[in-house]
Design a protein. Sequence first.
Length: 107
Amino acid sequence: MPKTSPFEIVFDELVPEHLDVFEGKSISLIRTTIEEQLRFEPHVETRNRKPLGETTTFGATWELHFGPNNRFRVFYDIHLTKKQVVVLAIGVKIRNELCIGKERWEI
């Protein structure tokens, strides 16, 4: 059975700012999970990887959640023809708020 070729993972220019609010061990978990979950078949829905009903203000069409209490959120878009995943935002859900960088939204 032939292996599928991996997707290239590209980070939006704002993502480093989003990561500034996290501790080192959280950043390591985020990077490892992005690599494991989005390198192959990022367009396959799972329990923690879902298409969004609406496109977000930053253009994401998919969401990945993981970590302790599923609090981390990665928002991304997929370009199937280019075999590319574009990570557009990384945040954390705290109770009923989503924090991305220094911005907060009630959810």
